[in-house]
Design a protein. Sequence first.
Length: 380
Amino acid sequence: MGEAGAPAAVPVPGNGNGSEGCSTERSVLSQAATSVSIYVILALGLPLNGLGLWVFWCRLRRWTETRVYMANLVAADCLLLLSLPGVLHTLGQAAGAQEGILCRVVQSFYYVNTYMSICLITAIATDRYAALRFPLRSRAWRSPRQAALTCLALWLLVFGAVALPASWLRAGESFCFGRGRTRGPRTLAFSLLLFLLPLLVLSFCSWQVLRHLTRKRARSPPQDAAHLLRALHVVAANLATFLLCFLPLHVALLAMLVARWTDAACPTLQAVAAFVQVTSRVANANCCLDAVSYYFVAKEFQEEVGAVLSTSRPFRGRMRGAPTRDHPDRAVRAWADEDNSSGEAPCVALQCVVRGAPGPPEATPPPSAACTRSSLTAHV
C-alpha cells in the first residue's frame, strides 16, 4: 500500500503483446490537478445545489412535470457531491488498497449521478417535445404523478445498471473506478450504450423543438419573437451542456474500448487513460451547470432565489405559482406548431397565454369554441 498522495500504478489489461503488464502512473501533478478540480466543483456545487434542494423540496407548492424532473436532477447532483470526498480519498491510494466496500459505495454514488443526470435531461427534453408537438393528446399521460413514476423507474434502472458490471467480476478482481483489471470491454460497452440511446433521443427532441420554435419565431410579432428567442436559448443551452459534459467522457471510453480491443501499444493505452481522467473531471462539472438550468427553466426558482438575495418587499410579495408570460419554458408550450395534424395548437397557444397573462383582463383573449374551460387548466 502506497502513501497518500504518492503516484498510483494503474494496470491496464491487454490481450498480450504490447499491452501486457502496461501501467499508467498518476504523477503528483496529475493528482494535484484532480484534487483542485474536485475542490472547485465542491465549492461551486454545494451552495448551488443546496439552494436548489431547498427551493424544489421545501418552497415550491405546486408540482409540474418539469419540476418533478428538476427536483430529481438536484438529488442526483447532490449524490455526486457527496461522493467527491471519497473519490479524492480513493484516488490517492495505491490500486491494491481500493478493493474495500467504501470504495464501491463511493463509486456507485459517483456513477449513479452521471447516468441519472443523462436520463433525467433526456426525460425533460422528451416531455418538452411532447408538450409542443402533441399538446392535448399528451395530457392523457403527462402529469406530475406520471413524471414521478418515470423518475422512480429511472432510479431503479440506473442503480441496476451500476450494479450489473460488478456481477461480471471474477474472484480477486476489483471494480473501483476502473483502476484495476476489470474495466474491460463489456463494462465499457455497457457505459457507451447507456449514453448513446439517451443521446439519440435528446438530439432528436431538441432538434425538433428548436426547428419548430425557429419557424414560429419567423412568423411572430416582435414581442412574441423575443419570448421565443429566450425559449430557443434555453433548449440550446440544455443540449450544449449535455454534450459538453458527457460527450468527451464517452468518446474517451470509446477510445479505451478500441485500444483494448486492438491490443494497442502501451504508450497509446497510457494516453487514452489520461484522456479518460481529464474528461471525467469535465463530466463532474455537470452538477454546477445544471444549476443554470434550474434558474432559467423554473420561474418560481428565480423568485425564491430573488427572495433570498433581496430584501425588497414588492419582490417577496409576488405570488408563487404564477409564472409570467416571458418565462422561456412557457414559450415552448405556448407556440405549438399550427400545422399539427391534430388541430390542437391554436387551443394550446390560447391556453398558455391565458395561464400566463397576469395583466389586465382586456389583455386576455377570449377562448375559442374549440377551447373548452377544462382545456385552460394550468398544469405547466
